[in-house]
Ligand binder design. Structure first.
Ligand code: UDP
Length: 309
């Protein structure tokens, strides 16, 4: 009936830290499309205003703030869902400035948890990293496999996850941690030397430069399209699952040479990056089973889609 319809159209309020970044802004788009009111908290260090410029103030409130040195209580008051994606995200730079990584990624997460704990949220989702597995011995790697923290970035993201899970058990918070594998898609950062391979290849293709392949290019990664990743976020907030850690990848391994081949064009081999794993691929049995999600976009489709934009 009409009355029921009106009652059902109650807005959900979502907070997204890091909402102006690559994954964050794609999540904002999806949440707005399903009727959420969104508050973005972002310090705009790597996030960009232009990633959100297509939204109206009515649906998306943008607040420039550093979550690691501010009390966040006032922003969380009406929150139904909190998506904590804000972080410094590059490996090599984390060796140079571990303090900065610790402040952003650990203290930042603690601030989010402290304020989230005071309100009755439906779910809090943390963006963790598959870098916690270091150079894994088992493939595909499951959530139960060994943790091996090889650099400050991995360490800070893992401590963040530990905090999220401890708050979940100690204070009965409805927290979820997703361990991201290699996410790609529209708005992927292309900030140079240390940015993600698909972002680099995309800008190199557009500027007709050779594709910079690290090492022999035979190393493999698990590439997941951001639309598939966002589907998992939507599925998990609909599910009853709480206090859980899930790998979030495609479950498929692809070599860098294969990625270069899909892009086409010339290759240029550049020196290997110290300490990076040779191979990485997610075991995604747990997430498939427990939240009824599966990846749908193949790497070929995903890259073709990027190239056609
Ligand atoms: N890589 C590459 N060319 C680039 C950037 C990265 O061959 O321009 C390689 C990199 O050495 C690694 C893989 O691609 O083996 C994935 O790197 P990325 O930085 O995208 O993610 P990571 O898995 O290191 O977090």
């Amino acid at each position: 009936t009409k009355k029921n319809l009106i009652i059902n159209v109650k807005f959900k309020n979502s907070i997204i830290t890091g909402g102006a970044g690559f994954v964050g802004s794609n999540l904002v788009d999806r949440l707005v499309s399903i009727g959420h009111k969104v508050i973005v908290l972002d310090n705009f260090v790597s996030g960009k205003k232009s990633n959100l410029s297509h939204h109206s103030k009515k649906n998306v409130k943008i607040i420039k703030i550093d979550i690691s040195d501010k009390n966040l209580d006032k922003y969380f008051k009406k929150a139904d869902y909190i998506f904590h994606l804000a972080a410094l995200a590059q490996i090599i730079p984390s060796f140079k400035d571990p303090n900065k990584y610790f402040k952003n990624n650990v203290i930042g997460t603690l601030n989010v948890l402290k304020s989230a704990k005071k309100v009755k949220i439906k779910k809090l989702i943390y963006a963790a990293s598959s870098s916690c597995y270091g150079a894994p011995k088992k493939f595909p790697t499951s959530e139960k496999d060994k943790i091996d923290l090889k650099h400050p970035y991995a360490a800070t993201k893992f401590i963040g996850e530990e905090l999220v899970m401890r708050y979940a058990s100690k204070f009965k918070m409805p927290n979820i941690s997703f361990r991201f594998f290699n996410v790609y898609g529209p708005r992927l950062n292309v900030s140079g030397q240390y940015s993600a391979v698909i972002g680099n290849f995309l800008s190199q293709t557009k500027t007709r430069k050779p594709l910079t392949v690290v090492g022999d290019g035979k190393q493999t990664r698990d590439f997941i399209h951001v639309d598939d990743l966002i589907n998992a976020f939507i599925q998990v907030i609909k599910s009853k699952s709480v206090n859980k850690i899930y790998n979030l990848g495609s479950g498929k391994r692809t070599s860098i040479n294969t990625i270069a081949k899909i892009f086409g064009g010339k290759k240029k081999f550049i020196p290997i990056r110290p300490g990076e794993p040779k191979n990485s691929v997610a075991n995604i049995k747990k997430i498939k089973k427990e939240i009824n999600w599966k990846p749908k976009i193949s790497i070929e489709q995903g890259i073709k889609k990027l190239l056609s934009n």
